[in-house]
Ligand binder design. Structure first.
Ligand code: FRU
Length: 534
């Protein structure tokens, strides 16, 4: 089967078959991690959307359960769309989700577990009060969805935000409730923007430099919104008494294009893991092949590796890192130290399963006074990556990894850095170049790029890539910039796939250390049919 399915992943979450999109309502409850997700039970393309449900003890191995919520009632008969979970007083979880009602309007509904003492929370009951929120007044019934996890203010009143677009403004409409059933719309949205269009899947949460769930003096709030096929975030100070969100910079402000990931990463959602005291981020990673390929494969969509999220020391951006647990799959370690990479140098990292691997490399940088100076017009990192390319020559870089590469290198996905000088500082560009990822035509092969914020005193830069058959998730400079890509090599599959390190810059860079591992397969257990109650 795996010969016929070279693009199925070994340690990224995916259902046994069919369509998957957004992660929904992730949570940690009574020692169990829950992931719900947008799912089509009947096919490989989007449709018939229900909330599929899987559980895990470590976020690595999973058991698929039966769907938790299916379209069934007038308030969700045309689809059970995205939403979130909230812990009510006493620790009872509740789901708020968008239903597509009989009239095809988007409404917000509540569901609660049938039996809270079941840690697997297999059965969910829809509230008799549904729908709780309906698109009245100026709210467009087609642009009103994806409720967040609710939070309580100092006044004990619940708050929740819902994604919307009103009069061309993308926004997070704010509602308040005392009992979680009757919700009153706030006069002002939590935040809005003229530049974004509709906000899908908003997320709002505290973050700190340390893992304290924001219970720290210098914490900030993150507001994330999904638009333009990308997940954008801003940071600010939230005043709970007044529900004012004072932003540091705003969405799409010039020079502050902050995204979780500069590649393929959408409709994400975080949750607070009270067990390990950390904030964890999940996202949907779409296919970049065609619909007919998805039908042929019988499936579409992956979830990212869960990432822990922290505020950077500069307090100006987030830092993301794959959860520690994923390292339990590492095996067959290969390492190098102190290897000089001269101009045009390329060498193979052999001894691991390159199609299913975790690679961490740290580079010592040369004297950056000699770096090419950055043209002030070069402001778009993605464009810059497309123009410069991995095979183009530079001074400091391009240097990095060639992943999922064929022996003759006709197929390769290049993940690399290029460094420029600007005044007495330097600018680091991180690229993921899919243009030569497959000999097959008709695939999306967009080149992605991001700037990496670095202090001018730093003399090292790291790169980590999680490679899993058709996905490459890369973390630059310890998680300051991330790029996820989907690729479908024709030759470089399974044992035909190779991994290389390269430097195409004229100045030499040094690998201070490289560690690479084969990754074992995560254990994913099939749907377990519920036994009939005696
Ligand atoms: C985001 C999204 C959400 C919606 C869901 C429907 O990918 O469009 O806004 O709730 O997917 O499946």
């Amino acid at each position: 089967l795996s010969r016929e399915q070279p693009y199925r992943t070994a340690y990224h979450f995916q259902p046994p078959k069919n369509w998957m999109n957004d992660p929904n309502g992730p949570m940690y409850y009574k020692g169990v991690y829950h992931l719900f997700y947008q799912f089509n039970p009947y096919g490989a393309l989007w449709g018939n959307i229900s909330w599929a449900h899987s559980i895990s003890y470590d976020l690595v191995d999973w058991v698929h359960l039966e769907p938790a919520i299916n379209p069934s009632d007038p308030f969700d008969i045309n689809g059970c769309w995205s939403g979130s979970t909230t812990f009510l007083p006493g620790g009872k979880p509740a789901i708020l989700y968008t239903g597509i009602d009989l009239k095809n309007r988007q409404v917000q509904n509540l569901a609660v577990p049938k039996n809270v003492s079941d840690p697997l929370l297999r059965e969910w009951v829809k509230s008799p009060h549904n729908p709780l929120l309906t698109p009245i007044d100026d709210i467009d019934p087609q642009n009103f969805r994806d409720p967040t996890t609710a939070w309580q203010g100092p006044d004990r009143v619940w708050r929740v935000i819902v994604g919307s677009k009103i009069n061309g403004l993308g926004m997070a409409i704010l509602y308040r409730s005392r009992d979680f059933v009757e919700w009153i719309r706030s006069e002002n949205p939590l935040h809005s923007s003229t530049k974004t269009g509709m906000w899908e899947c908003p997320d709002f949460y505290p973050v700190s430099v340390n893992n304290t769930n924001g219970e720290e003096k210098f914490s900030k709030h993150v507001l994330k919104a999904s638009f333009h096929n990308q997940d954008h975030y801003i940071l600010g100070n939230y005043v709970p008494m007044t529900d004012k969100f004072e932003v540091d910079t705003d969405f799409l402000d010039e020079g502050f294009d902050m995204r979780y990931d500069y590649g393929n990463f959408y409709a994400s959602k975080t949750f607070y893991d009270s067990g390990k005291k950390r904030r964890i981020l999940w996202a949907w990673v779409t296919e970049s092949d065609g619909e007919s390929d998805d039908i042929e494969k019988g499936w579409s969509g992956l979830q990212s590796i869960p990432r822990s999220v922290l505020l950077s020391g500069t307090r100006q951006q987030l830092i993301q890192w794959p959860i520690k647990e994923i390292e339990k799959l590492r095996t067959n370690k290969v390492s190098f130290h102190d290897k000089e990479l001269n101009d045009g140098f390329i060498f193979e990292v052999s001894g691991i399963t390159a199609s299913q691997a975790d690679v961490e490399v740290s580079f010592d940088l040369p004297n950056l006074d000699e770096a090419e100076s950055l043209d002030p017009n070069w402001v778009d990192p993605q464009l810059l990556c497309s123009q410069k390319g991995a095979s183009g020559r530079g001074r400091v870089g391009p240097f990095g990894l060639l992943v999922l590469a064929s022996k003759d290198l006709t197929e390769q996905t290049a993940v690399f850095f290029l460094i420029f000088r600007r005044h007495d500082n330097y600018v680091v560009l991180m690229c993921s170049d899919q243009s030569r990822s497959s000999l097959r035509e008709g695939l999306g092969k967009t080149i992605y790029g991001a700037f990496v914020s670095m202090d001018h005193r730093e003399r090292k830069i790291s790169l980590r890539s999680l490679i899993d058959h058709s996905i490459v998730e890369s973390f630059g400079a310890d998680g300051r910039s991330c790029i996820t890509a989907r690729v479908y090599p024709k030759l470089a599959i399974h044992s035909e796939s190779r991994l290389y390190v390269f430097n195409n810059g004229t100045l030499s860079v040094r690998i201070s250390s490289l560690n690479a591992w084969s990754m074992k397969r995560a254990q994913i257990f099939p749907m377990q049919k519920r036994r009939k109650q005696q």
